[in-house]
Design a binder for this molecule. Structure first.
Ligand SMILES: [Zn+2]
Length: 411
């Protein structure tokens, strides 16, 4: 097995301990040893000088929409043919790896097999990309986020989501997703400011439908994500046993307690990136101020700060990944979330990095062997020119990534 040695680097190992100077040896696709010493040993096929560089685990994009790129409306998700759309998806996967994201935890995709097809090609070594847990299409209910049909207008028949009603239809569709190869099933539990008929505070999907989805997905060994903004949808997500909650702006004391009690089995990605850019840069990208105001984005941001600052204090496993893929929230800029975690939720830079690395690895693999730099772990890591703990913005600049390693291979 090939041995690669990185010497004399400042090692941020992702365990929570302080960075130290040391050597890290990779054998095959796993980390063989991590040693705190400034004495390089030379027993390796390839030696990389890490002097004055910062060695850290590869990052995980926790809310990946690999098939969304610069989209402005749901028509952009529906209109491309699957043939063209899979190329777009592959390009986004490469872009994430270019930016130091060695893992992509799939939220949802525009068509059922886009994430699956690209994941399979990446795993086979035929396309460049991160490790991928493939997300399903959005699953919603009649009247929910993603149901855009209208009784009077049959031309609007295609939804960007699968519309199911009742536990039996849910069971069947989740089974189809599992059969087709999805790793993560995505439920639209609450409404959304993009849907006037189902706003963020609405909860169109029932607890029974969610429980059926979770039981079915878990019976196949798959994970379940929910889009949950309303209090009821967050509470139902915990009660139904979902694995990943997205957004979670609105909570009450009871829901916070439920989340805290479930903190060892649940992950949460708060997705501030989208709202931050809509609010501050929307106009520059063709999103009128009046629309941002009508959608209540400022109020959602305020609720997000309140909830996720509290969840940070309660030790919830947050992931970064702020719903990237819109034209005003571009793919490849995901590392901006690190600074938002500091500015909005009160994380220290080191803690924000743990969300992107350790927590991401835990969400990606039940085996628990990804996301830190320790002996025995999978060898996904970045050698950074500069100190991200002094300036997290460094990680948004791919020119500062002097080495990207995934599965023991230099990219
Ligand atoms: Zn999303």
């Amino acid at each position: 097995m090939k041995k690669t040695l990185i010497t004399n680097a400042t090692i941020f190992d992702g365990t929570g301990s302080s960075p130290f100077i040391g050597n890290l040896l990779v054998e095959g696709n796993r980390i063989k040893s991590v040693t705190a010493t400034d004495q390089p040993s030379m027993d390796a096929d390839e030696v990389i000088d890490g002097s004055d560089k910062f060695l850290m685990p590869g990052m995980t994009e926790g809310h990946a929409h690999l098939s969304f790129d610069a989209f402005t409306c749901t028509e952009d998700l529906i209109a491309p043919s699957p043939e063209e759309h899979v190329f777009l998806t592959a390009r986004v996967a490469k872009k994430l790896l270019d930016q130091g994201f060695t893992s992509a935890y799939g939220a949802s995709e525009a068509k059922l097999r886009l994430g699956i097809a690209v994941r399979n090609e990446v795993d086979a070594g035929r396309l460049p990309g991160p490790r991928i847990r493939a997300g399903s299409v959005e699953i919603t209910v009649t009247g929910g986020l993603g149901d855009e049909s209208r009784l009077h207008n049959k031309r609007v028949a295609e939804a960007p989501a699968a519309v199911v009603d009742g536990p039996e239809e849910m069971r069947k569709f989740v089974r189809i997703c599992c059969r087709e190869g999805c790793d993560n099933i995505k439920l639209d539990a609450s409404g959304d400011p993009f849907y006037p008929h189902a706003p963020a505070m609405a909860t169109p999907m029932s607890l029974e439908e969610m429980q059926m989805a979770v039981n079915t997905a878990h019976s196949f060994g798959k994970m379940v994500n929910t889009h949950a903004r309303s209090i009821e949808s967050v509470r139902n997500s915990v009660l139904a046993g979902v694995d990943m909650i997205y957004h979670a702006e609105y909570t009450d004391e009871e829901t916070l307690d439920l989340l805290e009690a479930a903190k060892d089995r649940i992950f949460i990605a708060p997705t501030m990136g989208l709202f931050h850019t809509m609010f501050h840069d929307g106009e520059a990208h063709g999103l009128p101020r009046a629309v941002v105001e009508a959608m209540g984005i400022a109020e959602l941001m305020e609720a997000s700060v309140k909830t996720h600052t509290e969840l940070r204090k309660r030790g919830i496993r947050h992931l970064i990944g702020g719903d990237y893929g819109f034209t005003w929230n571009m793919q490849g800029t995901q590392a901006r979330d690190l600074q938002y975690f500091v500015d909005y939720y009160g994380y220290t830079p080191a803690e924000a990095l743990l969300c992107a690395t350790r927590n991401g690895g835990l969400a990606m693999r039940k085996e628990g062997d990804l996301g830190t730099l320790e002996a025995g772990m999978l060898a996904d890591m970045l050698l950074v020119d500069g100190d991200p703990l002094q300036d997290l913005g460094i990680l948004t600049d791919k020119k500062r990534l002097s080495m990207i390693m995934k599965d023991g291979e230099l990219y």
